[in-house]
Design a protein around this ligand. Structure first.
Ligand code: 8YV
Length: 335
């Protein structure tokens, strides 16, 4: 009798995803759907061959060292800053993520958040709910236009390009962007996009959207000096990761009128949110939901499931997970 691989699913997922996993593996689930305290995560992973994780679990050298059987960790997220990829490589563990399936949904949300900040939707809605709307006036909640304004994008990957497309084609926005590498000129043309330095991006954008992956290099990419370069009429939207923005510096800049408004879906130390932000009217705050439509969350969970099944050598695509982060660990190593 062959022994079935055993896997840990760290958070509640869809029943049909669990069914697919149970066809191949012994599956331990987290029915309470609470994030495991670190010691419990380590204890539960010991002896497992694979894991289905979310961005809430940090998988690093300490975790991998304590789980010597672990071969695949499949993240239900496109971002994988919760994985220490150097430790994965060192230990020959495959990490996988869920790109593409969330691109358009996340871009929709980024655009909506930017529009909410620019047009003061959350602020005016709170005003109305508080019963303060007693008369109309010409400049009541007058915001800044989105159509025709300059859209700035920091990080021009798949999601950045999808946001640029919405701005250029739907709202007639000239697009400027800064990225590690320049796009192909044909893509720049199609997106009405111009590559600029980071300084120019900050100085010229009317609406700046952050879509850059988190890494030590992007930590506090937007802090006090950068905010100081932005137009007082500009908005800033962060759908990238907490830590890309210095939230305390942003709160100070918003309070001082250094920029008009912000839309934030991600936060340093989330689910905690800097109290200085909570007290400000000109920031729209959402709880990391940019990819949260049922269809997209299902697609992400199923793609993560495909990765785990194939990564552990099962199913029709055994050994060929669709979206590996470090496929180098899949090829046999020279002795
Ligand atoms: C996830 C995300 O929902 O994919 C990402 O990188 O930020 C979100 O789509 C979140 O990370 C939960 O894993």
């Amino acid at each position: 009798m062959t022994i079935r691989p055993s896997v840990l699913v760290t958070r509640a997922v869809f029943d049909d995803v669990l069914e697919r996993l149970r066809a191949h593996f012994d599956v331990e689930t987290n029915d309470r759907d609470e994030v495991y305290p670190r010691a419990e995560l380590i204890a539960r992973l010991a002896g497992k061959d694979g894991a289905l994780t979310t961005g809430s679990e940090r998988i690093d050298e300490e975790v991998l060292a304590a789980s010597p059987r672990l071969r695949v960790v499949s993240n239900i997220a496109v971002g994988y800053n919760n994985f220490d990829m150097a430790a994965f490589d060192k230990r020959g563990v495959l990490g996988t993520n869920t790109p593409d399936v969330l691109t358009e949904t996340t871009a929709d949300f980024g655009f909506a958040l930017m529009m909410s900040a620019a047009r003061r939707m959350a602020e005016s809605e709170h005003f109305l709910r508080r019963g303060e709307w007693t008369k109309w006036s010409l400049t009541m909640f007058a915001g800044t236009d989105v159509h025709g304004a300059t859209l700035g994008i920091l990080g021009m990957g798949r999601i950045g390009q999808a946001i640029a497309r919405r701005g250029a084609l739907g709202f007639g926005m000239p697009v400027i962007y800064h990225n590690r590498s320049r796009l192909d000129p044909s893509i720049e043309k199609a997106l009405n996009a111009r590559y600029v330095s980071k300084t120019e991006l900050l100085q010229q954008a009317d609406h700046l959207v952050l879509v850059v992956p988190y890494s030590p290099a992007s930590h506090h990419a937007i802090g006090a000096p950068e905010l100081g370069l932005m137009k007082p009429s500009a908005t800033l939207t962060n759908i990238a990761r907490g830590g890309v923005v210095d939230d305390a510096a942003l709160a100070r800049a918003l309070a001082a009128g250094q920029l008009a408004a912000a839309g934030l879906d991600v936060f340093e130390g989330e689910p905690s949110v800097n109290p200085a932000l909570l007290g400000l009217p000109n920031v729209v705050l959402t709880p990391h939901i940019a990819s949260a439509t049922l269809a997209t969350r299902r697609a992400m969970a199923h793609l993560a499931c495909d990765n785990l099944i194939a990564g552990l050598g099962c199913g029709p695509h055994a050994g060929q997970p669709p979206t590996p982060i470090n496929p180098r660990v899949l090829s046999p190593r020279p002795d």
